[in-house]
Ligand binder design. Structure first.
Ligand code: GLU
Length: 290
């Protein structure tokens, strides 16, 4: 299958050197493979997404010399698709509503009888407080609760029935290969949130459905998402979707070794531009000179 990759920023702040690294790497890989480079605007968090940031993304990428295939997919336009998949998973008995706040979860995990307090990609592994709430109708589950979660036990059982107990290997830039298994998913990932009341979906569900929708064969992303990729491989199995190849790349860090964040305006691409840097200077800075 022809190589198709994407860059998937959230329009919630300026792109910085770390984004440039991810976007240029994906773009160059697509070119090397004679493939396609797509763009997706991850704007499910409408309380933080801003049209100005989206415009700035197009402007920064164009300045870097990158071009992408149209159309650009906006996640905010896909809510009906996410909802229909959620309703299918609900019908399969794999979801439950959850009304716990972060505080409730922390309190439950600090209770004396609670032994597991592992931290997964989304924070502390959910202690299972609301797992018994399965008698609601799907239509009422989200308006009346904070979130809808995937029951990891039910999900793994469903996969066993589908005879899909093994998981795709996740490729790591530089050669390492990591696999996950049922115990690891139960203990270090747990009942993940698939829809939040304020969004109607979650990052994990949206990213998996949209990679499939955009026909992505190769995902190029930071190694900070390595653990989350295991969730994505699980969801792909449950939903009968293909698992792309994953290339997790190193993170660009500041001089203290901290990874760059949106609030690191000092590393924002448009700041470099204003200071007279050229796109080739940026490639040099991040070690991707052509
Ligand atoms: N919006 C995510 C980010 O910027 C997408 C990354 C991904 O799923 O590959 O980190």
């Amino acid at each position: 299958m022809a190589f198709r990759t994407r860059f998937a920023p959230s329009p919630t702040g300026p792109l910085h050197l770390g984004h440039a690294y991810s976007a240029i790497l994906a773009h160059d890989m697509a070119q090397q493979h004679n493939g396609a480079f797509l763009l997706r605007i991850e704007d499910i968090d409408q309380s933080r997404a801003r049209r100005e940031w989206e415009e700035q993304i197009y402007d920064d990428l164009t300045w870097l010399g990158l071009s992408w295939e149209n159309p650009v997919l906006h996640q905010a336009d896909q809510l009906f698709r996410y909802r229909s998949v959620l309703s299918d998973l609900w019908r399969r008995g794999l979801l439950f509503p959850c009304n716990c706040s972060r505080r409730d979860i922390a309190d439950a995990l600090s209770a004396p009888q609670e032994i597991s307090a592992a931290v997964g990609p989304d924070g502390p592994v959910y202690p299972g407080t609301c797992r018994h709430l399965t008698n609601l109708q799907f239509e009422a589950a989200l308006p009346e609760n904070r979130a809808i979660r995937l029951s990891i036990d039910e999900a793994l059982e469903a996969l066993e029935d589908q005879q899909e107990a093994s998981f795709e290997e996740c490729l790591f830039e530089g050669g390492g290969i990591v696999k996950t298994d049922a115990d690891e998913l139960k203990n270090s990932i747990g009942d993940i949130v698939l829809a939040r009341k304020d969004m109607g979906t979650s990052y994990h569900l949206a990213v998996v459905l949209d990679d499939a929708e955009q026909g992505i064969t190769d995902v190029v992303r930071g190694e900070d998402l390595f653990e989350a990729t295991k969730i994505h491989a699980l969801l792909q199995r449950l939903l009968g979707l293909p698992t792309p190849r994953y290339h997790h790349h190193r993170l660009i860090r500041d001089e203290d070794g901290k990874r760059l964040a949106k609030r690191d305006d000092a590393r924002a691409l448009n700041k470099f531009r204003k200071e007279g840097y050229t796109p080739d200077d940026i490639r040099d800075l991040i070690g991707l000179a052509v």
